[in-house]
Ligand binder design. Structure first.
Ligand code: IP8
Length: 263
């Protein structure tokens, strides 16, 4: 798949689920986002987070730390089932809005060691996209060489997809307008940062995540976005909860957001 027309979109787990309540799907938000991204006329690749279908049980049973005890096995099965259930709901929303979306679980395209990708095989992604289908991958529990299993975040798959597809646009849909100078959710007098580079990201304060999150929260995301920015024309984070923002960004219009700059 040649790169420059491709759009790569992450539907954040905090937008498509209620992250604080086990297995609550935010159907209206997901369907609206699916409709908004359907305005893109070129090839699409999509990843979504696990939200409350993954993080709550994964944290409770320390699945991100790899194999500790037999009792985790049932929890792996439950989390795998739950994130697949979420994936099906996302697929339904996409298909209903005209995007021919198909599921590509991370382990179908990558092998993992110590929570990192050691081998990315793009065959399935390429064949899918060559047919005109949109691959949809997601955060999941995956086999891991050293840890026996580990957590693969949707962001890690975003990085592998960006490296391979060299997309024109990479868009992360979050539950805030972008990155702020403080925490707007805590009532800080914070302003939106329109663009961030490596130095600015390295200098940011590292607050603990507010909800159960086994994949590193906003800082992990920004580091991943920095790595992605080197493989695409534009990499932005925007507010997926504000109707129209994703659609405007797909159309190339200016909206409140943060662009992560390469280098
Ligand atoms: O929500 C996490 O994926 P993310 C996957 O994209 C699990 O970070 C199973 C918690």
């Amino acid at each position: 798949m040649s790169g420059r027309d491709v759009a790569l979109i992450k539907l954040g787990g905090s937008v498509i689920t209620d992250k604080a309540t086990l297995r609550v799907f935010r159907k209206d938000a997901c369907r609206r986002l699916a409709h908004e991204l359907s305005v893109w006329r070129g090839p699409l690749a999509i990843a979504h987070g696990a939200g409350s279908f993954g993080h709550i049980l994964a944290k409770e049973h320390r699945l991100h730390e790899g194999f500790k005890e037999e009792t985790q096995l049932k929890q792996i099965a439950l989390v795998q089932r739950d994130v697949r259930e979420l994936n099906v709901r996302v697929l339904e929303a996409l298909i209903d809005s005209g995007v021919s979306a198909v599921s590509v679980p991370p382990a179908a395209a990558a092998s993992f060691d110590r929570g990192k990708v050691v081998d990315f095989d793009p065959t399935l992604i390429d064949k899918t996209m060559a047919l005109g289908l949109a691959p949809v991958t997601f955060g999941d529990v995956v086999p891991d060489v050293s840890m026996r299993f580990s957590i693969c975040s949707g962001d890690l798959m975003m990085y592998e997809l960006a490296r391979h597809l060299k997309p024109r646009k990479v868009i992360f849909c979050a539950d805030v307008d972008g990155v702020f100078t403080g925490d707007p959710k805590k009532g800080d007098d914070a302003s939106l940062i329109p663009a961030l580079d490596r130095e600015a990201i390295a200098g940011m304060k590292r607050d603990a995540p507010v909800s159960a999150d086994v994949t590193g929260s906003i800082h992990g995301k920004l580091e991943m976005m920095l790595a992605i920015a080197g493989h695409c024309e534009k990499c932005i984070i925007l507010n997926g909860n504000v109707p129209g923002r994703l659609e405007s960004a797909m159309r190339g219009e200016d909206i409140p957001s943060t662009t992560v700059l390469p280098g």
